[in-house]
Design a protein around this ligand. Structure first.
Ligand code: PEP
Length: 251
């Protein structure tokens, strides 16, 4: 499986013109990349206007758990799939914090997204420096009803809340801390499913990722990719991150 680099644009940029311009810069920059899968998770309103290619996939930052119906303001997994979107981020700590999204709701969204054929980028992390029971809870409840054969359609992101670039007392995680977070997630996956499934699970790292630290997270942190937020807002920096990973894989 190719390493994944996921841009989380969050509520950026402010205009469609800028979104298109940034997307085009990235598209051009990654057009010869073969060993990495770059994904742009853009705000819903921009998704129909950005066209995914073989070298650059599209993702959403959330979805609802029903396909259609009286759910004002929501976007369904089917609507995303029909737009050519491949991925959806679910369980991000900012949605938990600002919108009160519970792990039970995240679970319903995960089930619906998988049924529709979207790949789920499932964020796991807590406020504590070391992986803790909160992460175990997120995994156990978040994955309730997920079949073990569907784990291959999930990407787990170890995203410690304290390492996110906008968090109040931000500390950048070391590759070793990322490694420990990844191992913790894998152990819990082993408890929920089995060792073989846990071994194959794709785990990436998120939290202040940039072009200077990505290699460390991949090489020493044994991560299968990264999820940059702030750094992905600069399209040139995003391309640099993708290229750093691609180059590190050799020929
Ligand atoms: C995020 O919040 O998903 C994230 C990883 O942000 P940043 O890279 O800005 O820390």
């Amino acid at each position: 499986m190719k390493p994944l680099i996921v841009a989380n644009w969050k509520m950026n940029p402010e205009s469609l013109v800028e979104a298109k311009r940034n997307f085009e810069i990235i598209k051009k920059g990654v057009r010869n990349i073969k060993k990495v899968e770059p994904v742009i998770c853009a705000p819903f309103i921009f998704l129909p206007l950005l066209k995914a290619t073989n070298h650059l996939k599209l993702g959403a930052q959330d979805c609802f758990w029903e396909d259609k119906g009286p759910f004002t303001g929501e976007i369904s997994p089917t609507q995303l799939k029909n737009l050519g979107v491949d991925y959806v981020i679910l369980g991000h700590s900012e949605r938990r914090k600002y919108l009160g999204e519970s792990t039970e709701l995240v679970n319903r969204k995960i089930i619906a997204a998988l049924e529709t054929g979207l790949k789920v980028i499932f964020c796991i992390g807590s406020e504590t420096k070391k992986p803790d029971k909160e992460m175990k809870y997120q995994l156990k409840i978040g994955l309730r009803g997920v079949r073990k054969q569907d784990v291959a359609k999930l990407v787990f992101v170890y995203e410690p809340v304290w390492a996110i670039s906008t968090s109040k007392n931000k500390v950048i995680a070391t590759p070793h801390e990322a490694l420990k977070g990844g191992l913790y997630i894998r152990n819990v996956l082993g408890e929920i499913f089995d060792k073989e499934t846990a071994k194959k699970a794709k785990i990436i790292y998120g939290g202040s990722v940039d072009s200077r630290n990505i290699r460390g997270f991949i090489k020493d942190g044994k991560m299968a990719g990264g999820l940059p937020g702030a750094a992905s807002l600069d399209p040139h920096e995003f391309v640099r991150i993708v290229k750093k990973v691609d180059e590190s894989l050799g020929h």
